[in-house]
Design a protein around this ligand. Structure first.
Ligand code: NAP
Length: 315
């Protein structure tokens, strides 16, 4: 699994900042680049060594300037760029945040407290679970949410991919290079994914099961089958497989802010056109915000817009 290692960056001694950026995915790192260039004293919090969804992607073909680049390489470019303009980085996780006052207070898992005049929430999202029997039980024993991370375990085996969005189709395509058989199971008869990805999938060896949902994942030691229910006929069939890759959407990482920040009914943060939330000086960028498009380029653009707007607090 590719790692986005910030651990070589020592913990900053300073605790008071102009800008605190929570999350080091593309939105957070683009914010750091712009904040650094604006001369703002900036800190980026990244709770893990990974750099967000970008690292879970094999090849990226829709970030301008790169016809094709690996997720890992693009993440590294973003990080090096942010470091070049002087942002501080720490591997601490924010566990408590008081964002309502003029000076924002952030508490970390290491017990440290930081203050910042402005905050960028760039905490991204996590894969949504399917919520069927066997999903938890067979986690890492055939059930996966990341083809790039776990795909190699399924060399010459049979896998199913659940979902019809960009992630399901792109990760399914990735699996066609590794697995013997890839079957995409979608609850409708039409994919949600972008046209270019759909066309590639239809030309590939991927098989499709339409109008169907997975109702159970079963096996003995490892996954051996899924139960599939056809929503039109109500017929349930047992479908043999060695792996189940689940891509049924995203859950935004907004738990710790949810009492202070306005979100939509699914937890995605509501912002104005400058990425500012309902709280002054608090911005949200990238996948965590309610947005019509979740791509690296839009997350990066969100970061740029947010930081240019926040300079009004430093005039
Ligand atoms: P998504 O676009 O929300 O798609 C989720 C898919 O799962 C949909 O097809 C949905 O079906 C299906 N689904 C949801 N709940 C389900 C359930 N309980 N059982 C069965 N199927 C279920 O999620 P995503 O594909 O992870 O993408 C997330 C965001 O990242 C999107 O905005 C996407 O465009 C973006 N993204 C972009 C790229 C790229 O640009 N290259 C790559 C990956 C992701 P319905 O279609 O019927 O709703």
């Amino acid at each position: 699994m590719p790692l986005f290692n910030l651990s070589n960056v020592s913990k900053p001694k300073e605790t008071n900042y102009d800008v605190a950026i929570i999350g080091a995915g593309p939105g957070g790192l683009a914010s750091a680049i712009y904040a650094g260039r604006a001369g703002l004293k900036t800190i980026v919090f990244e709770k893990s060594t990974e750099g967000g969804q970008i690292l879970l992607t094999d090849m990226i073909e829709d970030y301008p300037g790169f016809v094709s680049i690996s997720g890992n390489a693009l993440a590294e470019n973003f990080l090096n760029h942010a470091k070049a303009f002087g942002s501080n980085f720490t591997n601490e996780e924010i566990i408590e945040a008081d964002l309502t006052s003029k000076i924002k207070r952030l508490k970390t898992d290491l017990g440290n407290e930081y203050t910042a005049k402005t905050v960028v929430i760039a905490t991204g999202s996590n894969p949504r679970k399917l919520g069927v029997p066997g999903e938890e039980e067979f986690m890492n024993r055939g059930v996966s949410y990341c083809a790039v991370c776990d795909g190699s375990f399924f060399k010459d085996k049979r896998v199913v991919v659940v979902g019809g969005g960009d992630s399901a189709v792109e990760e399914g395509l990735y699996m066609t290079k590794i697995a013997k058989e890839v079957t995409l199971i979608h609850r409708r008869d039409k994919l949600r994914a972008q046209k270019i990805a759909q066309e590639r999938a239809f030309k590939s060896k991927m098989k499709f099961i339409w109008d169907s949902v997975v109702t159970e994942i079963g096996g003995s030691k490892n996954v051996e089958y899924v139960m599939i229910k056809n929503l039109k006929t109500n017929e349930t069939t047992k479908y043999p497989t060695d792996g189940v890759f689940i891509y049924v959407g995203l859950i935004p990482n907004t738990q710790i802010f949810k009492d202070q920040i306005k979100t939509d009914e699914n937890g995605f943060i509501l912002t104005d056109e400058h990425m500012e939330t309902n709280l002054e000086g608090v911005y949200a960028v990238g996948d965590v915000r309610k947005t019509p498009l979740r791509q690296i380029v839009t997350a990066a653009a969100d970061g740029a817009i947010a930081v240019i707007d926040m300079t009004k607090y430093f005039d």
